[in-house]
Design a binder for this molecule. Structure first.
Ligand SMILES: Cc1ncc(C[n+]2csc(CCOP(=O)(O)OP(=O)(O)O)c2C)c(N)n1
Ligand SMILES: [Mg+2]
Length: 323
């Protein structure tokens, strides 16, 4: 059964705005040299993370990528602990030692971001095998990008998942680019056909339409819980920023007109906002108030994280080895 509840719609919208707002602040931290290292913005892809994670419970698991802030927020993470993690502070989800590309939030079932492209595929499949062996009905969603379909690991794990009917959903976010290269130049044939070759049911979905993503994911999650998995989703989407925050002059591989076209006509937040207004689910004023409140939360979380202490140097090897 798919969700039709007003509260669910508003929460989905809120979560999408929270991701966009988080990313705007993270980008500012980078541009003003207040954050160490680089980070990869999720802006533009919000409907994918939110549409999928809103179909999951805290017991369900996800694995994430180098572009992982959106997945982390959508799975229930708090701004404050996330910004602390980005700034290397003790209060961060990984006590400041993971940073942007390694945030994990096990309390909400987020097994972690991963800087290795495709690296989380084995972890997600192992998590689904654990669920099956333990007789648990939780489902694992494995997020990865179109570029990660070039990793051989995907074909090893899809083979196992299909043979063993594992409760895993492979969610390929096809944003059209792998670093500075168009997907069309590096990926031959069809992405969904790769999964179908292993006997896995695969769907291509409009990744800018949160209701389409959520509706389909709810159905697949329910079926995966009954042992009908695995499944594969190819979510057609777009990233607004460069590959990472430092990739500002990207004209040599991507046209500004193309970026503008997606922002003007395919923005997931604008599209869903128009739908909420049209359906009378929210008013302009309510949406403006929600947006302002989220902005305040983010600004307060950044201020908190900047003032927060770094971990003690004595704990540098803490959490490196199990036990
Ligand atoms: C194993 C591995 N190879 C190469 C890289 C360098 N790298 C980082 S992100 C990226 C592109 C990934 O593209 P995609 O999977 O489409 O994700 P997107 O960045 O578009 O979200 C590459 C090649 C890496 N991190 N890990
Ligand atoms: Mg990509």
């Amino acid at each position: 059964m798919t969700k039709t509840n007003t509260e669910d719609y508003l929460r989905m919208y809120r979560q999408m705005v929270r991701i966009r707002t988080f990313e705007d602040h993270a980008n500012q931290l980078y541009l003003s040299a207040r954050m160490p290292g680089l980070t990869h913005m999720y802006s533009g892809q919000e409907a994918v993370a939110v549409g999928i994670c809103e179909a999951l419970t805290d017991d369900d698991k996800i694995t994430s990528t180098h572009r992982g802030h959106g997945h982390c927020v959508a799975k229930g993470a708090e701004f404050s602990q996330m910004f602390c993690e980005l700034l290397g502070k003790e209060e961060g989800y990984c006590r400041g030692k993971g940073g942007s590309m390694h945030i994990a939030d096990q309390s909400h079932g987020n097994l972690g971001a991963n800087a290795i492209v495709g690296g989380s595929m084995g972890i997600a499949t192992g998590s689904a095998l654990r669920a099956k062996l333990q007789g648990s009905d939780d489902v694992t969603v494995c997020f990865f990008g179109d570029g990660a379909t070039a990793q051989g690991l995907l074909y090893e794990v899809m083979n196992m998942a299909s043979l063993w009917k594992l409760p895993v959903i492979y969610a390929c976010e096809n944003n059209g680019y792998s670093e500075y290269t168009k997907t069309a130049e590096i990926a031959a044939g069809s992405i969904t056909a790769r999964a179908e070759a292993f006997g896995i049911e695969a769907h291509q979905v409009d990744g800018q339409d949160v209701l389409a993503v959520n509706g389909l994911t709810q159905k697949l999650v329910a079926r995966a819980r009954k042992g009908e998995g695995p499944f594969f989703l190819e979510l057609m989407t777009y990233r607004y920023h460069g590959h990472h925050v430092g990739d500002i002059n990207r004209g040599y591989y991507r046209d500004k007109a193309e970026e503008q076209e997606w922002k003007d006509n395919r923005d997931p937040i604008t599209l869903f906002r128009a739908w909420l207004l049209d359906q009378g689910i929210a008013s302009e004023d309510e949406i403006a108030a929600m947006t302002a409140e989220i902005e305040q939360d983010a600004a307060a979380a950044v201020a908190h994280a900047e003032a927060a202490p770094y971990p003690d140097t004595a704990e540098v090897d803490m959490h490196v080895y199990a036990g």
